[in-house]
Design a protein around this ligand. Structure first.
Ligand SMILES: [Zn+2]
Ligand SMILES: [Zn+2]
Length: 337
């Protein structure tokens, strides 16, 4: 079983390992495709420090090869994607306090596939909790389904901050995650503005449902003009930069919500706390989201969503694929080729 291990900052080594065997509550998946996201890049650079070596990769599709004790054997052979938190519930263990209190995403005993203490999908095989599995509908192709996890993360914004239909949403950074947020917000009928320095990203945001787009320099005046001077109801920071939160604070209305999606691993610097307090701003982090609605959206829009994938590379090219993911938007590894 070949895997691409991160052994040091910016260093991937292709290693040959024993095939995985499924432990209690686990399923082993033969990986077909694995997407590269901003979290992978933060792990790759070392900005998000974790014990190494680690096989990254948490957005993936594949086929179940084997299951361990406690997992329904009918999963074997099915085409799946998987949630990333291997929790007490997902592994069929006695629940911890978080799992018991309805916070399985924050399970105290969890491992996180490809991120924390669990090797991920930049490999021919990976093991996940049996309860993490979601079957991919026959009508959805495996390449499109690699976007299930990031699209679910986009949908989670509106789970945590249920919008009014009249709400104005500004998305800062319509990149690999931000463009999915633009798309999901526009499908809900919200008025969406996207802010980016990149002309390519601005024009793509228009294609995916943004009403208008602005450069960061234009954004303050433009958003005020379009909201009668008040500011946007919801501002999503998907910039991937620690100063995104400060930018969002300049655009959100009093008592509006800033939704934080940046996981760059670096501390925010110089946030104007006084403005945040005086304007009574709500700051809402959000992370993993619901897979079933995400798969449904992919089913109805798979060609448009698949068009967001900018290149497909081989597992043996993982090093250069990660490097190029800093410049291009959505790189996917084709593992089984
Ligand atoms: Zn991700
Ligand atoms: Zn737990």
């Amino acid at each position: 079983m070949r895997s691409a291990q991160l052994t040091a900052a910016r260093k991937i080594e292709i290693a040959e390992r024993e095939p995985l065997s499924a432990g209690p509550g686990e399923a082993v998946i033969g990986v077909e495709y694995a997407g590269i996201c901003g979290t992978d890049l933060a792990l790759f650079t070392g900005n998000y420090p974790v014990p190494l070596p680690l096989v990254c990769g948490h957005e993936f599709t594949g086929r179940v090869k084997s299951v361990g004790p406690g997992v329904d054997a009918r999963w074997v052979g099915r085409r799946v994607t998987a949630e990333i938190n291997n929790t007490c519930l997902a592994l069929g263990r006695a629940p911890c306090t978080a799992c018991r209190r309805g916070l399985p995403g924050h399970c105290l005993n969890r491992t996180v596939t490809g991120i924390i203490q669990q090797d991920g999908a930049f490999a021919e095989e990976c093991a996940v909790g049996g309860g993490c599995l979601h079957e991919i509908p026959e009508t959805v192709d495996s390449l499109a389904a690699v976007l299930t996890e990031p699209l679910a993360a986009a949908l989670q914004i509106f789970e945590m901050t249920p919008p009014q239909t009249s709400d104005v949403v500004v998305v800062l950074g319509p990149g690999r995650l931000g463009i999915l947020i633009v798309f999901a917000a526009a499908l809900r009928g919200l008025t969406v503005y996207a802010v980016s320095r990149s002309g390519m990203k601005r024009s793509r945001a228009l294609d995916y449902g943004a009403r208008e787009t602005f450069t960061p320099e234009e954004s303050h005046d433009a958003v005020r003009q379009r909201t009668e001077g008040l500011g946007a109801d919801i501002v999503v920071d998907a910039t991937g930069n620690p100063d995104g939160l400060g930018q969002a604070l300049g655009l959100v209305r009093p008592r509006g919500t800033i939704c934080c999606k940046t996981t760059c691993g670096l501390p925010e610097t110089g946030l104007d706390m006084t403005r945040l307090v005086v304007n009574e701003i709500r700051v809402q982090g959000s992370r993993c989201g619901p897979f079933s609605p995400s798969l449904k959206l992919i089913e109805s829009h798979q060609d448009r969503l698949k068009a967001l994938i900018t290149s497909i590379r081989l597992l043996t090219e993982a090093q250069s694929a990660l490097e190029s993911a800093f410049r291009e938007d959505k790189v996917v590894l084709a593992i089984d080729r």
